[in-house]
Write a protein that binds this ligand. Sequence first.
Ligand code: TYM
Length: 396
Amino acid sequence: MDTKPGDAEAKPGKTEDSDFKVTPWEVTGKVDYDKLIKRFGTQRISSAIKRDMEKIADGKLHVMLRRDIFFSHRDLDLVLKDYRDGKGFFLYTGRGPSLGMHIGHLAPFVFTKWLQDVFGVNLYIEITDDEKFMRNSDYTIEQVGEAARQNILDIVAVGFDPDKTFIFKDSEYIKNIYPLVTKIAKKINFSQVRSTFGFDPSTNIGMIFYPAIQIVPTMFENKRCLIPAAIDQDPYWRLQRDLAESLGYYKAAEIHSKFLPPLSGIEGKMSSSTADSAVYLTDPPEIVENKIMKYAFSGGQSTVEEQRRLGANVDVDVPFQWLYYLFDDDDSEVERIRSEYSSGKMLTGEVKKVLAEKLNGFLGEHRRRREKSPEMLDKFMYSGELAKRMWRRIYE
Ligand code: TYM
């Protein structure tokens, strides 16, 4: 059963029983994901669902599913059923553009590419330049425009299918969706958005209206929509699920990930605004190495002698958590590091070195692919098969 936006339970900003907070704009404290599943009213991804997906994916489940980085969902079972029954489904995800896209922001896109490859479905990517501008008082329209362009180049570099993927900026595509936006907006009242997002009387009216725009792409096709994203975006989907059927559409299905933690420690989520705590896609190798060596919070002991004797606490060790979250190694390799690091056989410096090398390898490849993005961008936004079709459509 869905949590209603008006329910006390649905308030993501609520702190009464907890020391953590998760909203689309802020994550603080050490997130207890079991509690969050209860608070948001979602489902844990069961082993039966994972087995189903593994079969469809020819026996190879994505590392983020294997390791429960994607850990929670709504209606994923129904999406898989629709797929098996031949009805199909489509994917939707997005990005609020900022001038520092970090490695955490890219993670859901990498996973989404895997889903598109496995299921061969259409994908819509919303770039919410409007949301970013209205939410952040220090952004000008020009800065948001530049950030959108840079972020789109990073997203294109992920390698989606150019004929099955449509990337659009709200400020440009709004004319095709405005009639449907108004229908959605009419179904949401102020008290719902206030309790869902924790808005208050000082919130600008743009942000109060904005949720209707983020909901629209869930209705781009008359099929079930599956949204891969970190769980911070869930409040939007709760609103969507309350109104979709009354407009003749499916309730959105979601697959939620945990957050990649900041370098400073496992509390909160990595955020673009604290430079030393994030690794940006543009960071050159020496900076990446320096940030990891200097700022990554270690669960190891403070002296070599103590580390050899007591070992590290990998649960709070950011370098280990990043290796676990991001890299598709053989699981036995990660387990070897876990065991040798926790028993004291490995030292923090060694684990950090492994991470820096892997991260630099990944970022180097990403940058090489990104060099080709400018020539591909037009296909994803305007001239690919799906993009062309979308520019001809008006959503009423
Ligand atoms: P934005 O730009 O804040 O985040 C983009 C995507 O990255 C996820 N994310 C993270 N994942 C892992 N670790 C982190 N530390 C981390 N921080 C952010 C977000 O969950 C998101 O998937 N309003 C949205 C834009 C949007 C959207 C969507 C996102 C529009 N439609 C549909 C997802 C699905 C935003 O500002 O995302």
